[in-house]
Write a protein that binds this ligand. Structure first.
Ligand code: MLT
Length: 403
């Protein structure tokens, strides 16, 4: 008789965004006349930029001709894409990352969930609290998180690093941790870290032989010069950090699916490189992102693509400004939204995050994400995304003001 992976039984409830989707579906079914505005999950709404559409069409045509048809993609991804990433995302910022240290994938969610597989079961993970749920949930599935305590909302073997208004959303260095997950610009708080602060984490990791898994999915939203675009801008990071990037938020690929992970060859335990383990995993479990999507990814780095995407990111950041200023003028305490497409607000009058979710849905017909869904220190906070349309963003802010 077969048995199940009991670790799955330790996961509380369903995945955060699935729970929200179910609640919203129930509300819309009961209130078919209400126009619900969704500012919950960070899904983009603007269409793909013309340079990307053009690259997709061209690649589709190539797939229809015998002499340009492509089958399985190379294990690490096509060289044309890895080269342009190495040049423009890294070399241009003074980071020495070579194309063969870049692994193309179908997105940052899969990579940030799967990366834990190359580490031993006894590693202790440290996460910011609140945190993107994927990091914790995948470690729970792998049996690395211990047991869940309903009261505290924490797993016994996970180090939680609180990020609240009190510490300006910058966590203190952990007392002990083997694998440290950092996400900057941060999801969910929309806040970020300076290069000087990030350097302390890199120094800590080098000193304690820890590894940092750095999720930089929101890098395109950085506006201030003191904020690093890559962890490899910090000295020594190429011997202690893995970086994960996405094409979802900078180029609207949430439906196309494309991302990459950088594993410098210097990261090793004894003589075994993490690069070789991830390459082995990739080769065994993944058959590559589609050729047409990788060609679309290449177009993100073309001069036309870059100009069009700068406008698109600017569009979402204007939404962020509208939300930030609108909520501030309505008396809300708000954070983020300057270097990231998320606005993190304090719930009014000490309401719980889920109570505020219900109130917002019922009174304003606006969907957001309850802070407590991202971890216990998210309780009393609430996240709104700037990825809506301008019209919906403005309408949502007006409705919230009138609540
Ligand atoms: C979010 O809303 O936190 C993100 O959209 C989730 C993701 O990127 O997977």
């Amino acid at each position: 008789m077969y048995s199940i992976n009991e670790n799955y039984q330790k996961l509380p409830g369903s995945y955060l965004f699935s729970t929200i989707a179910k609640k919203v579906a129930a509300f819309t079914e009961a209130n078919p006349d209400k126009q619900v505005i969704r500012l919950g999950i960070g899904d983009v709404t603007q269409p793909l930029a013309p340079a990307i559409i053009e690259a997709l069409h061209k690649a589709v045509d190539e797939m229809g001709q015998a002499d340009t048809f492509r089958g399985y993609a190379p294990d690490l991804g096509y060289e044309f894409l890895r080269k342009v990433i190495a040049e423009q995302d890294y070399k241009a910022r003074g980071c020495e990352i070579s194309p063969d240290e870049i692994f193309i994938s179908d997105g940052a969610k899969s990579d940030s969930g799967n990366i834990q597989e190359i580490f031993g079961a006894d590693n202790r993970i440290a996460v910011c609290d609140p945190v993107y749920p994927v990091y914790v949930d995948t470690n729970v599935m792998a049996g690395r998180a211990g047991t869940y305590n309903e009261g505290s909302g924490m797993f016994s073997d996970v180090v939680y690093m609180p990020c609240t208004a009190e510490n300006a959303f910058v966590p203190a260095l952990p007392r002990e941790a083997d694998i440290i997950y950092l996400c900057y610009p941060n999801n969910p708080t929309g806040t970020t870290i300076t290069k000087e602060e990030l350097q302390k984490w890199v120094d800590y990791a080098c000193e304690h032989h820890s590894v940092i898994i750095y999720d930089a999915a929101y890098e395109a939203y950085i506006s201030r010069p003191e904020v690093p675009h890559s962890i490899y801008e910090c000295e020594g990071a190429d011997s202690c950090a893995i970086e994960i990037r996405s094409f979802s938020k900078n180029a609207g690929f949430t439906g196309l699916r494309l991302g990459f992970t950088v594993i410098p060859k210097k990261l090793k335990v004894n003589d075994v490189t993490l690069h070789s383990l991830w390459a082995r995993r990739h080769g065994t479990k993944f058959n590559g992102a589609p050729y047409i999507v990788q060609r679309a990814g290449e177009a993100v780095y073309s001069p036309e693509g870059k100009a069009q995407l700068r406008d698109q990111v600017g569009y979402y950041m204007n939404n962020a400004k509208i939300i930030l200023e609108g909520l501030k003028s309505a008396g809300y305490e708000v954070y983020g939204g300057v270097d990231a497409p998320y606005i993190w607000l304090k719930t009014p009058a000490g309401m719980t995050s889920w109570d505020f979710f219900d109130r917002l849905l019922e009174k304003a017909n606006v969907v957001g994400t309850p802070g407590s869904g991202f971890g216990p220190s998210g309780e009393g906070y609430f996240r709104l995304t700037a990825f809506g349309s301008r019209e919906n963003t403005e309408a949502a802010v007006e409705r919230i003001k009138q609540m």
